[in-house]
Design a protein around this ligand. Sequence first.
Ligand code: UDP
Ligand code: MG
Length: 315
Amino acid sequence: MLSVVVPCYNEEAVVDSMVAVLKDVLPQVADSFEVLLVDDGSRDRTLERLRAIHADDPRFRYLALSRNFGKESAMLAGLSQARGDAVAILDADLQHPPTLLAEMLPLLADGKDQVIARRTRTGDKPVRTMFSKAYYKIFNRLIDVTLEDGAGDFRVLSRRAVRALLAVGEYNRFSKGLFSWIGFDTAVVDYENVARAGGETKWSMRSLVNYGIDGVVSFNSRPLRLAIYFGAFISLVAFVYAFWVLGDAIINGNKAAGYVTTICTVVGFGGVQMILLGVIGEYLGRIYLETKGRPHFLLKESSEGPEHTPVAVLL
Ligand code: UDP
Ligand code: MG
């Protein structure tokens, strides 16, 4: 059986058409299937739509989180409740064409544990493409797992890979990295970028930048190591400069250079220290969050009815 997990946040404009497409496509690609629609605390009428969709066709199950926990948590909620031998993750906006499953599932049947759909960047804003490309270059240098440009959350996982993902209990989840971290045999299928079917993206430039920082910090402590190198480099420069000024004063009798140097040094170092403190703080904050051991999401409702809906799901 195939489970399809679809995180939905304020997607009332597209859920119905998405469900219609799935009803059409899924019977062609899988013997039996279930769809798990996860409402991530939508503020529009998405949840009402999900209830209606389930009432109409029980193969479409739904989960409703108690508030907006973010796509990572919504996907995790879906994965934790999926029953299939294979689990596909799709966006609600039809940007992940379900027809591609016809290409992806046979690879899984061939023994792969993950099949990644990789999109082209046609139609993306050039600035965003440029930043993304640069980000992946730097990320892959900095971090132990490799991320592929264009490979997002659209993928099919074997039951084994799902178990592996659920076994990683960390609170700050950066799925792109986790998918790569769990390993297993992986195949890649390419597809042409598609525009949103309706509604609008939940990503602003700011949230993308934050997401980027999350990714780097989630995957190792190399930024802390960089801080040490950086500190050592600056100290060396200061040392050499001090020697130079001293030599200049002794040999040429020059009085020590003016206050501009002093101010620049003080302000410059202040900045560097702030940044490095920020790096340390970033890790400290994560340790703090992880030690609390809070659940990743809370459920308020599901298609299984109140008795069969756990509020907190421990992984
Ligand atoms: N999403 C979610 N919770 C959020 C933000 C987004 O579940 O807090 C879902 C959203 O409903 C969609 C998917 O994540 O199904 C991708 O979101 P979006 O299309 O806005 O991202 P983009 O395709 O622009 O990267
Ligand atoms: Mg989208």
